[in-house]
Design a protein around this ligand. Structure first.
Ligand code: SME
Length: 157
């Protein structure tokens, strides 16, 4: 697929429902992980306009910055540190309504107010995380969790 992304309006559910088939088409026939993560980050940014959306990948027992859209970000995160490191350690999605209330939150951008981090798993092992930041407090909910987990599950390794 090389066409422009079709940007849906309406409810959050409607936006994800429109985007997911387009992401599937973008990934079809392409096995390069970085290319696919780059297109997922770009399509989520284009549809939702979040402050920051991107990936960190586990390399030699730390998270290293991968493809993303948004302001420059910290490059390495240790296991258990920040929201990303905590999601890696627990292997579970974390929704943080107010980053200032999260112990050890890593402030890559002072504009970030709330965050969701979804682990990417391969054979039950976390191999990276999808991280999304918003400029608004309390921005992400279970709908984002459900759809972002679905998107992360589309990634072939
Ligand atoms: N806030 C994250 C760090 C990554 S940036 O938000 C892009 C954290 O606490 O893990």
């Amino acid at each position: 697929m090389a066409d422009d992304l079709i940007i849906a309006k309406g409810s959050k559910v409607a936006q994800y429902e429109s985007l997911i088939p387009q992401i599937k088409a973008l990934l079809e026939g392409e096995l390069d992980l970085i290319a696919n993560l780059a297109n997922i980050a770009a399509s989520l940014k284009e549809q939702f306009g979040w402050l920051w959306v991107g990936f960190y990948l586990v390399k030699k027992n730390e998270l290293v910055l991968g493809p993303f859209q948004g302001p420059v970000a910290c490059t390495r995160i240790q296991k258990g540190r920040g929201v990303c490191g905590a999601a890696w350690l627990s292997a579970k999605t974390l929704i943080v309504p107010d980053v200032e209330q999260f112990p050890g939150h890593i402030a890559c951008s002072s504009l970030s107010k709330s965050e969701i981090v979804v682990p990417m798993k391969h054979k039950n092992e976390v191999i990276g995380v999808l991280d999304v930041d918003s400029e608004s407090l309390n921005f992400f909910d279970e709908i984002d969790q459900q759809y972002l987990e679905e998107i992360v599950a589309l990634i072939q390794l």
